[in-house]
Design a binder for this molecule. Sequence first.
Ligand SMILES: NC(=O)c1ccc[n+]([C@@H]2O[C@H](COP(=O)([O-])OP(=O)(O)OC[C@H]3O[C@@H](n4cnc5c(N)ncnc54)[C@H](OP(=O)(O)O)[C@@H]3O)[C@@H](O)[C@H]2O)c1
Length: 332
Amino acid sequence: MEHRKLGRTGPRVSALGLGLMGMSDFYGPADEAESLSTILAAMDAGVTLLDSGDFYGVGHNEALLGRALKGRRRDDAVVSLKFGALRDPAGGFIGYDNRPKSVKNFLAYSLQRLGLDHVDIYRPSRLDPEVPIEDTLGAIADLRDAGFVRHIGLSEVGAATLRRAAAAQPIADLQIEYSLLSRGVEDTILPVARELGIGVTAYGVLSRGLIAGSWTPPAAGRFDFRAMSPRFQGDNLRRNAALAEALRALAAARGLTPAQMAIAWVASRGPDIVPVVGARRRDRLVEALGAAAVVLSADDLAAVEAVVPKGAAAGDRYPAAQMAFLDSERPA
Ligand SMILES: NC(=O)c1ccc[n+]([C@@H]2O[C@H](COP(=O)([O-])OP(=O)(O)OC[C@H]3O[C@@H](n4cnc5c(N)ncnc54)[C@H](OP(=O)(O)O)[C@@H]3O)[C@@H](O)[C@H]2O)c1
C-alpha cells in the first residue's frame, strides 16, 4: 500500500482510508461481524487511516473500532475522529458544541469507548457558529500537548476558516466531500489548503454509493439518510443515475468497476489527497483496494471528464437544513 503524508505537519497514512460511519449509522442496518471483519481486513491489507466520529451510532462506531484495534499494534492505525455533533436518545441531531470544555469532555469519553490512550487526528465535524475556531483548536492543542491527540484536523470548512485555523495551530488535514459529483472544493478551498500545507482526506468519494451505482431506496420503515438527500430524489436521482451509468460503461471498457474509477479519479487529483471510502463489507473493500493500484492516464481522465463533467451532479449534496451548517458552502 502506497502512503501519503497529510499536509506539511500531518502523519503519513495509507493512500486509501477506510470510513466507518455506515457501519453504525445513516445507511441502514449493517452486519456487525462483517463490519469488524472489514476493518481487520483493511488493516491486514495495509490500510492505516481509519475514520470515525463519536456521534456515529452515538458511540457505537468507536466501540466497534476499539474492538477491531484490540490486539493490533497501535502504530498500525491512524485513528481520525470527529466530534461536536449532538444527538438525543432517539438519534436525532440537536446541534453542535465545539466549546473548549466540551471538546475535552468528548475526548475523555471517546478514549474510553475506543480503549485507546490517544487518537491520531481529532477534528470538529462542523464549525460551531457560537465558538471561535481558535478556541476549539486551542482545546485540541491542549489535548495534543497532554498526549491525548497527535494532530489537529478540520472538516467541511471553507477557505477563510482554513486561514484562521492555520494561523492558530498546525492543521494536518481537511476532511471534505470530494468526488466526481462534488467538485466545489476545487474552486477555492483546495488551492488554499495547498497554499497552507494542509492535506485533504476526501469523503463521499463514491457519492455515498450514487456514482458507484450501488444505491437502492430503503425498504419501507428502514432509515437511510440518503433518501432525504436532494441527489437521491426524483428527477435529480434519474439524472445522477444516468451519470453513474455512463461512468460504469467507461470503467468497464478499462476493466474497472465504477467504484474503482471514482476512487482512482479522486486519488489522481494530487498527492496531497487521500480518498476515504465507506466500505462496510469485505467484497466492497477488496474492490476499493484494487482501485489503489490504478493510475488513470491523461486520456482516461479526459474521458471521465467528458461523461461526468464538473458541475454535472443534479441537486445539493445535503438537505437544506444541513447545507446551512457547511462553512465550506459559504461564498468565499
Ligand atoms: N467529515 C464529514 O462531514 C463526513 C461526512 C460523511 C462521511 N464522512 C466519512 O467518510 C467516510 C466515507 O463516506 P461515505 O461512506 O459517506 O461515502 P462513500 O464512500 O462515497 O459511499 C459509501 C457507500 O458506497 C457504497 N460502496 C462502498 N464500496 C462500494 C463499491 N466497491 N461498489 C459499490 N458501492 C460501494 C457503500 O455500500 P454499502 O451500503 O453496501 O456498504 C455505501 O453505501 C465515512 O465512513 C465517514 O468516515 C465524513
